[in-house]
Design a protein around this ligand. Structure first.
Ligand code: CA
Length: 425
């Protein structure tokens, strides 16, 4: 840690000094923006309070995404962070930099990176166990779970930035007692509370990333909602895993919170009990075990169309924490590349649904409703087993630790639109 983490540091951007602000001067996450309604080219910026500071103010030309900055590596990110921190805390620079500030509410935000590839892991052991119980009551957690970080290759083309509407998918489903499947709108649309690991410098094909160096490949983290159509998933997933049940949309937050900003919130890796296997050597690193976890509180909020019409605030459905991840970020990166697979700057690796051990910390409706059996009550008098059209789901993330300035992740929100009408040919 360095002076950019000093909790006493204040910015001349006054909104950054508010105690509940996600973007104090100790955070400085990167994103891509332009002025709302303008034809300006999208470009890189850093969030400070309720403002965005154009990276052009520091001579950094990003283009329409942050891939080149992600590829530049930790020494460059660190030096840039130090310069931005110094500039935003020095009132003498206010005049010069003010013309590079755009209020967030007057900005349009874009995907921060190109997302050339997207895979999704399954590192939430409480989620894996709860979902396993619904699918296989006698055998919830499969024997490979504690050995291998389970994942699947997702679809990069449908990764969208927060605020993009999510169209309910049509798909093939089959009720257990139905003689044949049918095609139509998903009736069991769900969210998944996750983080996305944004890859910085890539690795060459055939050259695995060793676990001790894996975090050097990580630019930062974003909130990620892996929208899931449970009824489509249940019918299609055997034997190759999720396909169309997940590839219709994945929402990420616009702000990449760097590992530099997250340094004060490191924590030990998931504590394995005596009966659990030690990770294989390529997934085991002393430093990673000691401090490869991150203490990040994660929340899901929901608002229905009725709630918004009644001017009710969104209701919190769950509060979890990234500390419930069974595998660390370094283990995820080391495992994904262990076969020689190459990662490229701007790729995203989802963590998987991060549920906690209690009913109010479950990161999906599938868990919150015990497999679509017990409805969740909303303040408007409505209830939900799965998402209705018009529902808006918002993920939030926040880090707090005694002696440090709290930082936040912004939000990843999406509102459900009705499925496209089916046409008969
Ligand atoms: Ca997922």
């Amino acid at each position: 840690m360095d002076r950019t983490h000093d909790p006493e540091l204040r910015s001349w951007v006054e909104s950054a000094n508010e105690p509940r602000c996600d973007f104090p001067i100790q955070n400085l996450p990167f994103g891509v923006f332009r002025r709302k309604g303008s034809k300006e080219p999208p470009r890189g910026g850093v969030a400070i309070g309720d403002q965005i500071l154009d990276l052009a103010a520091f001579g950094v030309k990003t283009g329409p995404n942050l891939d080149s900055l992600a590829a530049a590596g930790r020494a460059v990110w660190r030096a840039l962070r130090a310069r931005i921190s110094a500039a935003l805390s020095d009132p003498r620079q206010a005049k010069r930099l003010s013309r590079h500030l755009v209020p967030m509410n007057k900005a349009e935000l874009f995907l921060p990176v190109s997302v050339g590839d997207y895979s999704d892991f399954y590192t939430g052991i409480h989620h894996a166990t709860a979902v396993g119980k619904i699918l296989r009551p006698e055998n919830p957690l499969l024997p490979n779970y504690r050995w291998v970080p389970i994942g699947y290759h997702g679809r990069a083309s449908s990764v969208v930035v927060s605020g993009t509407p999510v169209v309910r998918p049509n798909g093939q489903t089959k009720a257990p007692d139905a003689p044949a499947p049918s095609f139509g709108p998903s009736k069991r649309l769900d969210f998944e509370l996750e983080l996305g690991i944004v890859i910085g410098p890539g690795n060459r094909l055939g050259r695995p990333v060793p676990i001790a160096r894996a975090l050097d490949r990580v630019f930062g983290l974003v909130l990620l909602n892996d929208w899931s159509a449970r009824d489509i998933q249940a019918w299609e997933y055997q034997p190759l895993g999720p396909f169309l049940a997940k590839s219709f949309a994945t929402t990420i937050a616009p702000w990449v919170v760097t590992l530099e900003a997250l340094a004060p919130f490191r924590a030990p890796a998931f504590a394995r009990s005596a009966g659990e296997p030690r990770p294989l050597a390529y997934l085991y690193d002393e430093a990673d075990q000691r401090e490869g976890g991150y203490d990040i509180a994660l929340e899901v909020h929901l608002s229905s169309a009725k709630m918004r019409a009644e001017k009710r605030p969104p209701v919190r459905l769950a509060l979890s924490n990234f500390r419930y991840s069974y595998w660390t970020i370094a283990q995820i990166v080391a495992h994904q590349t262990s076969n020689g697979c190459n990662l490229r700057p701007g790729d995203i690796l989802g963590t998987g649904t991060i549920s906690g051990p209690t009913p109010d910390s479950a990161g999906s409706l599938l868990e919150l409703t015990q497999g679509g059996k017990t409805p969740v009550a909303l303040p408007s008098g409505e209830s939900r087993l799965f998402l209705d059209d018009g529902d808006e789901v918002t993920l939030l993330g926040r880090c707090e630790r005694e002696g440090f300035a709290p930082i936040g992740f912004g939000s990843a929100a999406g509102r459900i639109r009705p499925a496209p009408q089916l046409r008969s040919s």
